[in-house]
Design a protein around this ligand. Structure first.
Ligand code: C5P
Length: 232
């Protein structure tokens, strides 16, 4: 059975406020996207599909030679993450079988440890639905609501024992994922949400803090230090 990865990399990453889209922000001398590809371009993954904005110019200016024969750019990104993943999956379907596993991974998670990828695959490969990496919430979580003056106030406290933070990769069979994303709203922020909306319950697999999502400018230094420690 085949296993492929799909990385949506067609976002603008406006919260990072850099001169280029977040996926091309420089990290340890390479674009962040390069590290995200490297993290998933290892067994059992056979091919990594990278979904780019139709007008992307950054991809061509990077050196992808180390992944030769295993990486396939698709210039069909959409307005939202869901649109980019769905468009990419539809385009990849010519090379992917209905039962193949698809691991969707954020370009913005360049520090995914190899052990996390292996654990996700090992725990989900015989699952009927598939699953995601996630972390149990450590902090106390407050729900916010505005008062009459417009100030944010605590509206309630969630039971954190039931809460996990979703990460990527998120691993589902190609046909199920395509069907779920085809029915899902564009506003969903991960693939599991689409699967859940079909009444299915993806497996939760414990991830790690190193697989955090680079979002703000200060996150780049944290990601660099993780990658530098591994390279040393
Ligand atoms: O913006 P955010 O960090 O949530 O994006 C998560 C992933 O989805 C990133 O890899 C980003 O490039 C991708 N994305 C996309 N197409 C969009 C929006 C986000 O491929 N329209």
């Amino acid at each position: 059975m085949t296993c492929v990865a799909l990385i949506p990399a067609a976002g603008s990453g406006s919260r990072l406020a850099g001169p280029q889209p977040k996926q091309y922000a420089s990290l340890a001398g390479r674009p962040m996207l390069w590290h995200a590809v490297a993290a998933v371009c290892r067994p059992p993954v056979e091919t990594v599909f990278v979904v780019l904005a139709p007008g992307d110019t950054g991809y061509r200016s990077c050196d992808w030679s180390v992944f030769a024969g295993k990486i396939a750019p698709l210039y069909c990104g959409g307005e939202t993450r869901r649109d980019s993943v769905y468009n990419g999956l539809v385009a990849a379907m010519t090379a992917v079988n209905a039962d193949d596993w698809v691991l969707v991974h954020d370009a913005a998670r360049p520090c995914l440890p190899a052990a996390d990828l292996e654990r996700l695959y090992a725990e989900c490969r015989h699952d009927e639905i598939g699953g995601i990496l996630a972390l149990p919430v450590a902090e106390t979580v407050k729900r916010a609501g505005k008062d009459e003056a417009g100030a944010q106030r605590v509206a309630g406290t969630e039971d954190r024992a039931q809460l996990w933070l979703a990460q990527t990769p998120q691993m589902f069979r190609a046909a199920l994922l395509a069907e779920a994303l085809g029915k899902a709203k564009s506003s969903i922020t991960d693939e599991a949400s689409a699967i859940e909306q079909m009444g299915l319950r993806p497996r939760l697999v414990a991830g790690s803090h190193e697989n955090f999502k680079v979002t703000y400018i200060e996150d780049l230094a944290i990601a660099e230090s993780i990658l530098a420690r591994r390279a040393a």
